[in-house]
Design a protein around this ligand. Sequence first.
Ligand SMILES: [Zn+2]
Length: 363
Amino acid sequence: MLSYPFLSAPDFGDVLEVAPGILWLRMPLPMALDHINLYLLEDSDGWWIVDTGIALGETQQLWEQVFDRVLGSKPIKAVVSTHFHPDHTGMAGWLCERWRVPFYMSQAEYYVGLAFGRTTKEHYSWSTERNLVRSGLTADQVARARDKFGGFGPIITPMPTAFQRLEDGEFLTINGHRWQVIVGRGHSPEHACLYCGGLNVLLSGDQVIPRITSNISVPGSEPAGNPLKEWFRSLVHFLESLPPETLVLPAHNTPFYGLHERLRFLIEHHEDQLLALEEACLERARSAMELLPVLFKRELDEHTIGLALGECIAHLNYLYFRGQLARDEDEQGCYRYRSIDATLSRRLRQQRHDTPDQPPMQV
Ligand SMILES: [Zn+2]
């Protein structure tokens, strides 16, 4: 069972100390997932910010409120973003400019973030369209996607103009504590988490979240990508390198204990999804669009369908590259997936559930 040591979350723009010198701050998001958690780390001569909030709505005003009420006599001294997604980097450019401080990020995240922030309507191309057709969208749905596509540049503020690189295994020293950079892949290219053994704390970003599963999507820019393979490797890397009693400070939901349970749950969750897809493709060949209800039981709205389809293709690519699914292109150019044989997956799943020391986790 996961446990949640804090009974209530701070209001937007307020802070709560969750470990010595670590403040939990929440900012609003204009979507179903309505908040992001950011953290302030106190150093001897200033504050580090970890993740920045989205550059929409009242985030900037709330930051000013934090500067007035929380910092005391110390300035902001550095900004860290765990990964490039807009809720994590949206205000980074503004914060680094306002305080003239360095920006810390992994190399891949920085450059992907720069490129992502420059996409415009012109980036909708024949390859975008082909990906949609391959996924099983109808001609009408493809036309609607073309009309709606605006790129991300117009809704994202510029990233900081320079960065300081975070690399897996390196350390930052903050207030005399050593924070180790631990990189995860699959949700984004080179997601940096920070772990402090002295404080027993992991700043986990979107890599480990207690109540929602992080989106693992094949991006349109890399249709033959295999992010789920990278995700599995990362989950195992975290299991092997971090102690189970770590206090996890995630970017969404609330701080929790139960890191290993959660990591094992995530591995099992995706294994179950893979088996469900294999079984659905046993009786007849299906497209990615047709397979969405196999993975997602809830109604998908316009915003979430893109993420859901990306995640479905991540699972299909994983099975395809392992030789467990075949795919044929039909006359319309749509990929139809067929199972080669689901017995291996069934047997692996059975073995796992039969192993007494690793029961399936219920969270
Ligand atoms: Zn993210």
